[in-house]
Every structure is written in structure tokens, then in C-alpha cells.
Write a protein that binds this ligand. Structure first.
Ligand SMILES: *Cc1c(COP(=O)(O)O)cnc(C)c1O
Length: 388
């Protein structure tokens, strides 16, 4: 059924349905456990001879519906929903790696993902080498015989660097490693990493999949045989998606196309306007022709996405002045919300990174990140203009 529909229709119509009362809008299944007809059925369910729900840490009908719809959108065989985006990354690594294994990761990944790899997983015997997202020779040089995973975000946050997913997938496969792509910024509306050769997709559903900044959630997607151990970790260790959050995300997926297109349209308009402002030293946005990887980004992505960053002249003082002069924008580090958000990465999301590492990563004191929302972009511009 999925194959006949266009992507926008898949977002609205595809996925398993549990409609005990014929309801048109999917119901929410707030139950921790499920009852069996008799002792033999309980035994068959637990033994895996009979499919069906047992307990909501393992499966829940609403979570299953969310997984099926997101899998259809990403073109994935299998999806494991998790309690947050970080839980998705943790479940992926815990399911697929063991102590003594090695990971190569881009330096330009979500700040908390850096902490997870560099500090926490390291204590459990997993080594991570961080390399530049765009330097393929550095990836090649970092590979070891025990390398299991390559981990990237493209475009990266906050600098919107882009890597060639197909080339990196080839390199990962030559190295007997799997390529994991955190597709949070693009969502399947703008980019389909599995079609480009990636093996696994990570999502923070907290961002654009929810779209209104309400719930935390995440997902891991890929081939079923590859991800069985990830599901095994989840049902045993427990960072599963809540039934309530799954219901919110399922509704979010229905409107993902129109929202992503509007976020992208607004972000491009804002980026073009920022480029014309004398107080702005540089704008980072893959949809701009001035972006160093504009061509690659436009081959790989349908549009530039909703996040725009820029360097304001005058460093930290000027950046803070600009942020404090806004009256409408939300000063918060979240992204993917209908409300436009503004952040100063150097003193928030990247404050735990040393100044030297920040400089090496190109995150200057004058850098501001905007996650462009769904307001009229002229109002967003006017609010930024106050402090420019
Ligand atoms: C927010 C985010 C995460 C973590 O997701 P949570 O839902 O906050 O745990 C991971 N990757 C990226 C790119 C993110 O933006």
C-alpha cells in the first residue's frame, strides 16, 4: 500500500491502524499491560509464538502506529521508538557495540551527543574518535580494525555544514562499519539518508516531528535484522516511548510536510535578508548560494531546512545585545517549534566545550542560531532588526 502513495499522502494515511471503535483519529492507548484470554495465550505471547502486546515497555499500539508511519516516511524496514533523541542514540550504540569497540563521529554533532560519546560511553570501554564532518581523508585515517559505527549529523548544528552521505556510506562499508545519520534537522521530508546508502537513522522526535515543542521522543530506523539488538536493549533497559508522546508524534507526522516546507521557506527568506545586513559578518544556511556546499546540499536535500546561523559583528557583547533586544522570539535552545527560537551557542549549547575546541569547530562568540518557526517571517526579521 505504501508504495502507491506519494510522500505527503504516506504522512497522512500510511501506517498500521488500531481502530477498535472505527475512530478516524487514532486513539491513545494509556495502559501499562495487556490482558490475555487464558494462561496458554500468556505463555505463547511471552514465548514469542503468538504476536501481540504484552507490556508497554515492549510494545504499545500507539507507539507501533508511530513507528510504522515514520518507517514508511523514511523508507525503512523497521523502527524502534525511544523516550528521547538521546535515548535513541544510546539504544543504537548499546544494541550494536560492545566494550572494546570503536566509533568515528563528526565533531559537529549535537552537544549532548558529544558528551555521551566522549564521557559516558568511554567509561564503558567504547572509544570515539572525533573528526571534521567534511574531511573524508580524516574519516579514513580514523578507522581502526574495531570500528563499528560512523556517526554524523548533516546538516550540522549550529554551523549547517553538509557531508556527502553516499561517499561516507561507501567508506563506512569498506571499513566494515555502519553509517548512522542523525536526521533530526531535515526529517524525511527534506532528506532520506537510507536511500543515499546510510544504514541507520536517528531522530529526536522532540524537534520537527512534534513540531510544537511539547514532548520528548526519539527513534532508530533501519533494517530489521540490524536493529533487533537495539530493540532488545530497549525492552530490557527501558527507555521506551510513552504512549501519550507517541500519540502526539503520530499527529505531528500528518502535518510534517506542510510544516517543513514553511520552515524552509521562512528560513531561506530570513537568511537572504540577514546577508544584506551590514552588522552581519556571515550567514550559514545550506539554501544560500554563498554556502560552501550549496550544490551538494541541494542534491541531497529538498531544501535548506529551518535552521539559520549567523555571525554578528562585535562578538559576544553584540550577540547578547541582539538576543536581549528581541521581544517576540523565544530565547531557548530548542528547535523545530512553530515558535522561532534564538540561541547563543557559545554560552549555551556549546558552553561545556573548551574555548579552543569551540574555535576549532568554528563556533565564534558572535554566532547566533535561529530555528525559524511558522510566524510571518517579516515579524521575525523585525524582531531581529531591533538589536542589529
Ligand atoms: C535535540 C537533538 C538530539 C537529542 O534529542 P532529545 O530528544 O533532546 O533527547 C539529538 N540530535 C539532534 C540533532 C538534536 O537536535
Amino acid at each position: 500500500m505504501t508504495q502507491q502513495y506519494k510522500p505527503e499522502t504516506i504522512a497522512v494515511r500510511t501506517g498500521s491502524q488500531h481502530t477498535p471503535f472505527g475512530e478516524n483519529s487514532e486513539a491513545m492507548f494509556l495502559t501499562s499491560s495487556f490482558v490475555f484470554d487464558n494462561a496458554a495465550q500468556a505463555a505463547a505471547r511471552f514465548g514469542g509464538q503468538e504476536p501481540g502486546n504484552i507490556y508497554s515497555r515492549f510494545t504499545n499500539p500507539g507507539v507501533t502506529m508511530f513507528q510504522d508511519k515514520l518507517a514508511a516516511l523514511e523508507g525503512a524496514e523497521y523502527c524502534v521508538a525511544t523516550a528521547s533523541g538521546m535515548a535513541a542514540i544510546l539504544a543504537c550504540v548499546m544494541g550494536l557495540c560492545s566494550a572494546g569497540d570503536h566509533i568515528v563521529a563528526s565533531r559537529s554533532i549535537f552537544g549532548t551527543s558529544v558528551q555521551l560519546f566522549a564521557n559516558i560511553l568511554k567509561r564503558w570501554g567504547l572509544q570515539t574518535t572525533f573528526v571534521s564532518l567534511t574531511d573524508l581523508t580524516a574519516w579514513e585515517a580514523a578507522v581502526k580494525p574495531n570500528t563499528k559505527l560512523f556517526f554524523v549529523e548533516t546538516p550540522s548544528n549550529p554551523l549547517l555544514e553538509v557531508c556527502d552521505i553516499a561517499l561516507l556510506a561507501d567508506l563506512a562499508h569498506q571499513s566494515n562499519a555502519l553509517l548512522v545519520v542523525d536526521n533530526c534537522l531535515c526529517t524525511p521530508v527534506l532528506q532520506k539518508p537510507l536511500q543515499l546508502g546510510a544504514d541507520i537513522i536517528i531522530h529526536s522526535a522532540t524537534k520537527y516531528i512534534d513540531g510544537q515543542g511539547r514532548c520528548l521522543g526519539g527513534a532508530v530506523l533501519g533494517k530489521k535484522d540490524v536493529l533487533e539488538p537495539v530493540y532488545g536493549f530497549l525492552r530490557t533497559a527501558g527507555p521506551s516511548m510513552s504512549a501519550f508522546n507517541a500519540w502526539v508524534f503520530l499527529k505531528g507526522l500528518e502535518t510534517l510536510f506542510v510544516r517543513m516546507e514553511a520552515h524552509s521557506r521562512n528560513a531561506l527568506a530570513l537568511a537572504q535578508w540577514l546577508e544584506s545586513q551590514p552588522q552581519v559578518a556571515r550567514v550559514y544556511y545550506p539554501g544560500l548560494e554563498s554556502h560552501p556546499q550549496h550544490q551538494l546540499a541541494m542534491q541531497q536535500q529538498k531544501s535548506g531546512g529551518g535552521v539559520v546561523s549567523f555571525d554578528v559583528k562585535g562578538g559576544k557583547d553584540a550577540a547578547w545585545r541582539l538576543i536581549d533586544a528581541t521581544q517576540m522570539l523565544s530565547i531557548t535552545a530548542n528547535l523545530g517549534d512553530a515558535k522561532t527560537t534564538i540561541t547563543h551557542p557559545a554560552t549555551t549549547t556549546h558552553s561545556r566545550v573548551s574555548p579552543e575546541e569551540r574555535a576549532a569547530a568554528g563556533i565564534g562568540d558572535g554566532l547566533i542560531r535561529i530555528a525559524v518557526g511558522l510566524e510571518n517571517v517579516l515579524d521575525v526579521q523585525a524582531d531581529i532588526k531591533r538589536g542589529l
